[in-house]
Design a binder for this molecule. Structure first.
Ligand code: PLP
Length: 395
């Protein structure tokens, strides 16, 4: 027997991946430097030199058996301690090594978090627009993803949340700074959310978990402080990734941090070891665990993303598109000038602009630009964008 649900998923292949493949095809014809590919969230800046040096040092000096061997089921103890210490230093928290579980990226962390706190049939709420991979992450656990629209400014609509919330809602999956909008939740939003969830826990008499997906935590603009989500709500499971902050998406490394204030916090981390056995995602790369721990407080040079954000936002405003100014990430989410965002994205392709229509993010009528692209190319892309808007009479 072949399992149908996976075969059916082939029909819903990622629009982002499809467009990225299209961009590669156009690139083969006209030269990749002439394709303005804003489809994929692959960082455009290198990992910091300190990371490369840490890798070299490990390869030269570390015992190769330890370096290439299986890590302990719950992760390498000194790595977990380095992560906990960093969170405590930066966000005034009280993590211990036993609250940290290294994973294969944020995807791995979310997959574990969901399995910790939901049973098949339970509900997980997320806010649209949202990262489309949340659909398989949640659906394959047997839980049900419920989507609540956010406000026009992409902050949480608490009335809509109240309406959607039921006794079966066991977790909220939130993402700030946000893919695809670039919006960061305000401190007020986080405080109101915490109060909302505390009231619901009291009402229903069981724990409700906040799964905070934070791969873009360090990519915030204008020198704003980072509001660390777990500071606001006790039952927070933080899902982090080094994919974006250290430009290491291919290395598949991140962690789940269970807030010390969570119900049964250390037991939850131990349970992750059992979940890993079941989903075959145990022991992320030992060398990567060690290398990121050596540069735990560093990031790549992320400044290009803010410069790109400013240039693209100005262009969107000049051509008359409704657009929220990004607070961080490397995404921007303007409203399409026509109702059908897919038609708009197809028109943009004629100008070698690869934009992702927003339907798969759960909020039709917009396009997403992933501007993790070189600055010079973004400047040329914005000229092409202006040309398209004028020639196609969109403005
Ligand atoms: N969550 C969001 C919002 C993302 O944008 C991504 C990747 O783009 C992920 C999770 C998955 O991250 P990782 O590559 O670390 O698994």
């Amino acid at each position: 027997m072949i399992v149908q649900k996976y075969e059916e998923m082939l029909q819903g292949k990622s629009v982002i991946r499809t467009l990225s493949e299209k961009a590669t095809k156009i690139g083969e014809e006209i030269g990749y430097e002439n394709v303005f590919d804003f489809s994929l969230g692959n960082p455009s800046v290198p990992a910091p030199a300190e990371f490369t040096k840490a890798m070299q040092d490990l390869l030269t000096n570390e015992d190769p058996v330890a370096l290439h061997g299986y890590s302990p089921t719950l992760g390498i103890p000194w790595v977990k301690k380095a992560i906990a210490d960093s969170l405590n230093r930066r966000f005034d928290m009280n993590y211990e090594a036993e609250h940290i579980f290294p994973t294969s990226g944020a995807a791995g962390a979310i997959s574990h978090a969901l399995r910790l706190v939901t049973e098949p049939g339970d509900e997980v709420i997320t806010f649209a627009p949202f990262f489309p991979e949340y659909i398989p992450y949640v659906n394959l656990t047997g839980a049900q993803l419920k989507v609540v629209q956010s406000r026009e400014d992409f902050q949480i609509d608490f009335e809509a949340l109240e309406e959607a919330f039921t006794e079966k809602t066991m977790a909220l999956l939130v993402n700030t700074p946000n893919n695809p909008t670039g919006v960061v939740y305000s401190e007020e939003t986080l405080q109101t959310l915490a109060k909302f969830l505390e009231d619901k826990q009291n009402k229903y008499g069981h724990s409700i978990f906040l799964i905070s997906d934070e791969p873009y935590r360090e990519i915030v603009y204008g020198g704003q402080p980072i509001h660390f989500v777990a500071k606001y709500y006790a039952n927070t499971l933080t899902c982090y990734s080094f994919s974006k902050s250290l430009s290491l998406p291919g290395e598949r490394i991140g962690y789940l941090a269970v807030a010390p204030t969570c119900e049964k916090a250390k037991t939850l981390v131990q349970m992750c070891g059992q979940i890993s056995r079941g989903i075959g995602h145990n022991c992320p790369s030992s060398i990567m665990q060690m290398a990121v721990a050596k540069v735990i407080d560093l990031t790549s040079d992320l400044s290009v993303y803010e410069r790109n954000a400013n240039l693209i936002y100005e262009t969107m405003r000049d051509v008359g598109l409704t657009c929220q100014k990004p607070d961080g990430t490397f995404y921007i989410f303007p409203k399409a000038p026509i109702a059908d965002a897919t038609e708009f994205a197809m028109t943009a392709l004629k100008y070698n602009l690869v934009l992702v229509p927003s339907d798969s993010f759960g909020r039709p009528g917009y396009v997403r630009l992933a501007y993790c692209v070189g600055e010079e190319k973004v400047a040329r892309a914005m000229q092409a964008f202006r040309e398209m808007m004028a020639k196609e009479k969109f403005c």
